[in-house]
Design a protein around this ligand. Structure first.
Ligand code: FES
Length: 349
C-alpha cells in the first residue's frame, strides 16, 4: 500500500494497491483535472517531488521526454512504486483549473419538468461535443435565433458522461428570457448555451463539515456541488438548509430524500418563510442559524440565492465564527454579465 503526500500542504492520502494517483486522489475527494484518463491529453500533468512511480504507457505529445526528465508525470496512468509519493499539489494548487467557456453550443431540450408553478426544469444535451464544467458553475442561455437576451443559469447537476445539463428556471414576471423558456422550451426545442462560467466550485482541499444555504433556484448550483461531493464519497457531514416561501416551493424533494437515505452524512432541512406547516421549520435561514449551528468556525459554507439572501447569510455565519476563506457564495444578479475565468484559472492548453 502506498500513500500520496501533497506538497506544500503536507497532507497524506492513503491509496489502495493498484490504484493510479488520480484514482487515489478522487477517492479521497480531491478534484485533479483530467480528460482522457488514458495518458493522451496531458491534462493531469503534475510534478512528482519525491518517490518512485510507474508511469505506464503514455503519449509523448501528452508528456514530453523533457518533462519526464524534469520529474513531471501523468497522474491518470501513474502508479506509485514507493511507500510514499510526494507531488507538487498543495491545497491552493489543488483548486481545479477551469475549462475555457465556449460560445453558442447548440443543445436539444430532451426533457422538461415543472418543479413548482414558477420553476421549470429543462434538461439539455449538446448536439456536438459536451460542455465541460465543474459542479457549481453556470451557463448563459439564449434562443438559436438570438432574439432574446442571453441570461445566466446555474447548472443543477454534476457532469455526466452523456453531457446532460440540467437548468432550473424561475419565471420572472418581466424577465424576457425566463418567460421565453417557460413558454417555448419543450422537449425537442433547440437552445444555445455558452459557458461554463463562474468560480463557485467545490474546494477539493475541504476536509471539514459542509453547510449549504440556498434559497429559491439557488438550490441549483448547490445540488450540482452536493451531487458531486456525495458521489465521490466525501467523508464529512453535508447539511443543506433550503429556504422556500411555502411547502409548494420546496422542490426536488425526491432527490433530497434519496440523498437522505443513501448518505448518512447528508441532511436536507427545508424551512418555510411564509407558511406554517407541520414537519417544516419556520423562518429565514439567517435567523435560524444561531440556534442550529452556534459554532461555524470549522465549517465550509456554500451559499446561493438572491444577493440579499447571500449577504444576510454571510453576516449571520460570520457572527457564528465562520472564516472568510471558508465561505463560498453565488448571488444571482439579474443583469450581471457572465464571469469569464482569467487565463491562469483555465486548464492549460
Ligand atoms: S487525463 Fe489525459 S493524460 Fe491524464
Amino acid at each position: 500500500m502506498s500513500a500520496i503526500r501533497l506538497s506544500p500542504s503536507g497532507k497524506l492520502v492513503e491509496g489502495k494497491p493498484g490504484e493510479t494517483v488520480l484514482e487515489t486522489l478522487e477517492n479521497a475527494g480531491y478534484a485533479l483535472q483530467n480528460n482522457c484518463r488514458a495518458g493522451a491529453c496531458g491534462e493531469c500533468k503534475v510534478k512528482v517531488l519525491d518517490g518512485e512511480f510507474d508511469q505506464g504507457m503514455v503519449l509523448d505529445m501528452a508528456l514530453s521526454q523533457e518533462e519526464r526528465a524534469q520529474g513531471y508525470g501523468l497522474m491518470c496512468m501513474c502508479k506509485p512504486l514507493s511507500d510514499e509519493l510526494e507531488i507538487d499539489w498543495g491545497t491552493d494548487d489543488a483548486k481545479p483549473k477551469l475549462f475555457p467557456p465556449r460560445e453558442n453550443v447548440r443543445c436539444v431540450v430532451v426533457d422538461r419538468i415543472e418543479r413548482t408553478p414558477r420553476i421549470a426544469e429543462i434538461r439539455l444535451r449538446p448536439v456536438g461535443e459536451a460542455i465541460r464544467f465543474w459542479p457549481g458553475q453556470y451557463v448563459s442561455l439564449s434562443d438559436t435565433q438570438k432574439t432574446i437576451t442571453p441570461r445566466s443559469y446555474s447548472i443543477a447537476n454534476a457532469p455526466r458522461p452523456d453531457g446532460e445539463i440540467v437548468l432550473q428556471i424561475t419565471r420572472v414576471p418581466d424577465g424576457a428570457t425566463s418567460n421565453w423558456v417557460h413558454d417555448n422550451a419543450t422537449p425537442g426545442s433547440m437552445i444555445n448555451l455558452s459557458g461554463p462560467y463562474g468560480t463557485f466550485i467545490g474546494d477539493p482541499g475541504t476536509d471539514s463539515p459542509v453547510l449549504c444555504l440556498a434559497a429559491g433556484t439557488g438550490l441549483a448550483p448547490i445540488m450540482g456541488l452536493t451531487d458531486a461531493a456525495l458521489r465521490r464519497g466525501f467523508k464529512q457531514p453535508v447539511h443543506l438548509l433550503f429556504s422556500a416561501r411555502t411547502e409548494a416551493d420546496v422542490y426536488c424533494k425526491g432527490m433530497m430524500e434519496l440523498w437522505n437515505v443513501r448518505h448518512r452524512r447528508f441532511k436536507f432541512i427545508p424551512t418555510l418563510t411564509q407558511e406554517e406547516k407541520e414537519g417544516f421549520q419556520q423562518g429565514r435561514i439567517p435567523e435560524l442559524l444561531p440556534k442550529q449551528y452556534p459554532d461555524l468556525s470549522k465549517h465550509a459554507l456554500y451559499i446561493a440565492g438572491s444577493p440579499e439572501f447571500v449577504d444576510d447569510c454571510i453576516k449571520a455565519a460570520k457572527a457564528l465564527g465562520a472564516q472568510d476563506e471558508m465561505i463560498h457564495t453565488e448571488g444571482f444578479f439579474d443583469q450581471s454579465a457572465p464571469v469569464v475565468p482569467t487565463a491562469d484559472q483555465l486548464v492549460s492548453a
